[in-house]
Design a protein around this ligand. Sequence first.
Ligand code: ATP
Length: 421
Amino acid sequence: MINILHIGIDDTDSPDGMCTTYLASQIVNKFEDNGIELLDYPRLIRLNPFARFKTRGNGGVSLRIPNDDKVSLAKQIVLSEVEKLSMFDCENTNPGVIFYDGEITKEMQDYAFRAIYEFLTIEEAEEFGKSVGCEIHKFKKGRGIIGSIAAISLPLDDFTFELLAYRDSKNYGTKRQIDYESVYRMDKETFPDTFENIDYSEGYIAIEPKTPCPVLYGIRSNTVESLKKAKEIVQVEEPIVDWCIFKTNQHTDMHIQKAENIASMNQFGCYYVVGEVKNRPTIIDGGHMFFFIKDESGEIECGAYEPTKNFRKVVSHLRPGDIIKVYGGIGEQNTFNIEKFQVIELNDIEYKNPICECGKRMTSAGKNKGFKCKKCGRKIESDDKVPVKISRDLKNGIFYETPVSARRHLSKPLCRMIFTK
Ligand code: ATP
């Protein structure tokens, strides 16, 4: 079996610029110039969405090359590119580079999942890295080693690809010159092989980043072929200086764990859990919508926040007694931030006042005094309301998801739900 050198890189960018994927693509170019081949696509691995020091999407990058006589040159290239391109001036940019030339063991895989589900410290990452034989390079505080070790170690049973096109540095920070019509055409011709291109409900071009980073656009897909086709279709009016396809864990729901019940979930964890809707969703100032779900173990408040836009309309159709499976994460406020939900069983029974023999719906005659008919004066002694089957705007078994513009990198969109592990 071929001996592999795994290279992990993380925490090189800042909100003002750079992107670890761009740095990786520069390394790949230098590798190519020096005859160093990649054994697989570069990998872009998204980690814990709640990690405190993330710049944006908490992504680390890894590369795999043969462990041969070019390895020391490869290491030199990686370290010098990280030195050259990282945003060292930013306090929160603390790059970490990992070289590892063994098999990815079960304990390394477990570590990678911990980096998705939990918070890790630089110290424990360093201790772990040393214990499995990683060569560790820390720049400044070196926080990036947490993500670098995870980026080389994470198994990808389910995966997607992202094609990233990069801008000329003289255009950084300026408006991106993308022909939006061509993006609509690309989506039409390549969806659902590509996805998350456009948020139709908001008229939002999702392939275009909104930050001053080197990325001109990023297209996400299940296949490399459709990415190449998409790139042919999308027209831009500025130079693309480079582009690179990454294999990623984006849109796989890898961050979501199964929760046995509501009480077993923890803050800053991402789960799916089944619960019964306790109250009608209500909207508060700022446009955030909340309701509770409950089960035999307890209850939790669920939120569909303002950025989820029209998704709140869908959520507003929920009624007490509905059984739903919610997917999402428990954030800062201890509310369950919904990414999507599946209706397990709708409560389509409503208890109403009885209908009088004359055909008019009766009204209460007072507490414990039954009902009376305002039209004909008839009275009923019983206080029991009667069950009435109502029609619902939601459907049993169906999934409902947040719009593209409000979706996490790791969230699996419904168009990918057939790709279950
Ligand atoms: P971008 O998406 O633009 O690449 P980013 O959001 O990935 O930026 P980074 O600059 O990579 O942000 O910073 C994230 C930091 O968090 C890195 O130092 C990484 O090692 C660290 N990190 C990743 N996962 C965890 C975790 N589970 N616990 C603690 N720290 C983590």
